[in-house]
Design a protein around this ligand. Sequence first.
Ligand code: HEC
Ligand code: HEC
Length: 211
Amino acid sequence: MNHPVHLSLIVAAGLAVGTRALAQGEHSLDLSALPEAGEVAPEDGLAAWDSIHTVLTHPRCLNCHVGAENVPLWGTPDAPDRVHGMAINAGDSRFGAETLSCNACHQTSTRANTMPHAAPHTGMDWRLAPAEFQWTDRTSAEICAQMRDPDRNGGRDAAGLLEHILHDAELIGFITWSFDPGVGRDPAPGSLQAHLEDMAIWTAAGMPCPA
Ligand code: HEC
Ligand code: HEC
């Protein structure tokens, strides 16, 4: 990852994620070099957005961030549009409450994913992202606009978007898993740390979006 702003912007750990106090050891992310709001130029924020967009549109993330047809994907970099086998439909609940629960196969467990082609598991209950968080069939500008809109991102402001990543890291949730998905799956590009830094740079720059 190419970060134009760097260690000159050191702030105390926690400042950039709002008022919540994080005890050491809750997650292994390094918060010491995250920039503060207003300290990043818009063009650096846009460059960070490009890296973020590359992550979001990798199949590892996209497979759950699908639209209102509620069909999860088994996408790979070679075949990103492959739909989930066994006619799985997540329903409006997004976790299959109407038919077959995702949890019937995708257990909730922080154990490593060691079996190729087994249903992956994480520390969070497996489910699709809400339909308004759809990233499939969207341009970079469209995804950017919805991610900075609290009406379409789960009510999050800049601090909330960063906190979401830290919370995920604490639970070994979906984002954390996507960067370390286990045997037989390509990880999302980069690392969780680099993704956190890109999100911090983008939000500190005022969440600029491509035209
Ligand atoms: C009958 C068992 C079963 C059920 C129920 C099930 N899955 Fe799966 N799922 C699997 C298996 C097996 C895989 C791995 C397939 C492979 O790697 O070849 C998988 C993989 C996935 C993947 C791809 C992960 C990745 O990026 O590689 C997603 C997304 C997914 N499931 C979502 C869901 C959702 C959402 C539900 C509930 C609505 C659900 N699944 C219900 C068996 C199931
Ligand atoms: C197993 C399915 C799954 C995978 C894989 C997944 N997500 Fe999500 N995502 C969810 C769910 C469910 C929510 C809603 C939970 C919430 O808002 O707290 C969500 C919400 C989000 C949100 C907040 C809402 C928004 O759109 O702004 C972001 C950001 C996000 N995910 C990023 C990612 C990134 C980045 C990846 C890949 C590195 C990823 N997700 C992979 C299921 C998934």
